[in-house]
Design a protein. Structure first.
Length: 465
């Protein structure tokens, strides 16, 4: 492999790595690493799927377990660490607001991603005879598509008519901004809702949230965002951009643990919007425990809360959010992220196996083993993740590469048919991680090349979304 520009100077944010527990090679069953490295940290580049454990999250969860054991129900109002359970989500709200660029009353720590999306759609998708269409990506994350289709059917409409799915142009992997803006303009008065992901889960494309939102609102429709792959990954300014609503999970770049508690954003212009699916935790906090028979919503996003939040899940999130604050927020983290991912891209491009971008549908034409990147090269068009396509497609190369990386302690995740996603996360990944990942990838591709690329179809994906 050629030698691109040298590794950047050591970043002060490198110290944040010690805030996290990185799985060891032994724990990840990396059978091909040298014995002396068995208990060393693996090369974990899978934070786009599940972030690693923050030590502060473990400490806070352990504390809550002890409070539960020693204080029982009294922990709701008399907490030895000042985190009364009735207000534990309120401790997360200011830190979430900082991360997403919002006012504190515009965010709520609650629920899970798709459940929150349904709540938002139930409130903000208000089709009329003239304005009933939804514009989204053709390759949105499936749960979003399921939610949209079910909400459309619940209103007696046909998804095939009501949902406009926008696909990349022929020969391209990602959506062009002018195509998105053009689709909004063409649909115009028929649009009730525009819903996109901030960062596309498969390709890693970062959409221009501000410009899409502005175009959608200019047409008089609501604009919402699924920020599962964007929150904690890229800087956000939801209030200033005029976003109507957004939803996110916390187990990827927010490192709050598997199935971690989600969050919502509702712009202040909707602070008094009637809540269609009310629950007691969204009731005015001053009278919540008086148990009144009529619902009086808190103003803003927190009025959408339904049930008291999971204390353990919220404590885990708080532990991670504290590390974001220690890092100085998304500004320095984004700068480091851009440098890490640029280094990964440069090293991949220098590999003898690298192939310039191959148009969709032509991945099977190549006979030699290779790898290409379908994520935009421009840092303004991507987050931390790079999506690698392995060639020739449909020959089992991706599955064999995935197995080879795992055996050598490099952890990414796969997506059918031929993609492996690698995401250097600035809180805990280093330039050494990036360099080792590409060095190991070259070793594995050389092995696949020697053995021949005529294996069977790739096996199923190994990591949850």
């Amino acid at each position: 492999m050629a030698s691109p520009a040298s590794t950047p100077e050591r970043d002060p944010l490198d110290a944040l790595r010690s805030e996290f527990v990185i799985p060891t090679n032994r724990a990840m069953k990396a059978t091909a690493v040298a014995p002396e490295l068995a208990d060393a940290p693996c090369t974990y580049l899978c934070g786009n799927s599940l972030g690693v454990l923050p030590r502060r999250a473990r400490a806070l969860v352990d504390e809550e377990m002890e409070v539960w054991a020693t204080r029982g129900v009294e922990g709701h109002f008399d907490h030895p660490h000042g985190r009364d359970w009735v207000r534990i989500a309120d401790l997360a709200h200011p830190m979430l607001a900082e991360l997403v660029g919002a006012q504190e009353a515009e965010v709520a720590c609650m629920g899970t991603l798709t459940a929150n999306l349904h709540l938002m759609l139930s409130t903000f998708y208000k089709p009329t005879a003239e304005r009933y269409k939804i514009l989204c990506e053709a390759r949105a994350f499936p749960s979003d598509q399921y939610a949209l289709a079910s909400q459309v059917r619940a209103r007696g409409l046909d998804p095939a008519d009501a949902i406009i799915e926008l696909a990349p142009a022929a020969g391209e992997h990602t959506l062009r901004e002018d195509a998105i803006l053009g689709a909004i303009a063409r649909a115009g008065p028929a649009l009730a809702l525009v819903l996109f992901s901030g960062v596309q889960y498969y390709t890693g494309q970062l959409f221009p949230i501000a410009r899409i939102t502005r175009a959608a609102r200019a047409q008089g429709c609501v604009c919402g965002w699924d920020l599962a792959h964007a929150v904690g990954n890229v800087p956000l300014a939801l209030h200033a951009w005029g976003v109507d609503f957004a939803v996110w999970c916390s187990y990827k770049y927010l490192n709050a643990g598997p199935g971690g508690i989600g969050g919502i954003f509702v712009h202040e212009r909707w602070a008094d919007e009637p809540v269609r699916h009310a629950g007691w935790w969204g009731h005015d906090a001053a009278t919540r425990f008086e148990m009144p028979p009529r619902f009086a919503a808190m103003r803003g996003a927190q009025g959408f809360q339904q049930s008291n939040p999971s204390v353990l899940a919220t404590a885990a999130l708080l532990g991670s959010l504290e590390v974001f604050r220690a890092a100085g927020g998304m500004g320095p983290l984004r700068a480091r992220s851009v440098a890490l991912t640029a280094r990964l891209f440069a090293l991949l491009r220098a590999s003898r196996f690298f192939v310039p971008l191959v148009p969709p549908g032509q991945e099977t034409a190549r006979e030699r083993v290779g790898v290409t990147v379908i994520t935009p090269e421009d840092p303004e068009g991507r987050g931390a993740q790079l999506s690698l396509v392995f060639l020739p497609a449909g020959r089992g190369v991706m599955g064999r590469v995935m197995g080879g990386l795992a055996a050598r302690g490099v952890v990414g995740d796969s997506r059918k048919p031929d993609v492996i996603r690698l995401a250097p996360c600035p809180l805990y990944n280093t330039f050494e991680d990036v360099e080792r990942a590409v060095r190991v990838l070259d070793e594995v591709l050389e092995e696949v090349e020697r053995e021949g690329s005529t294996g069977g179809a790739d096996e199923g994906e190994r990591k949850p979304e």
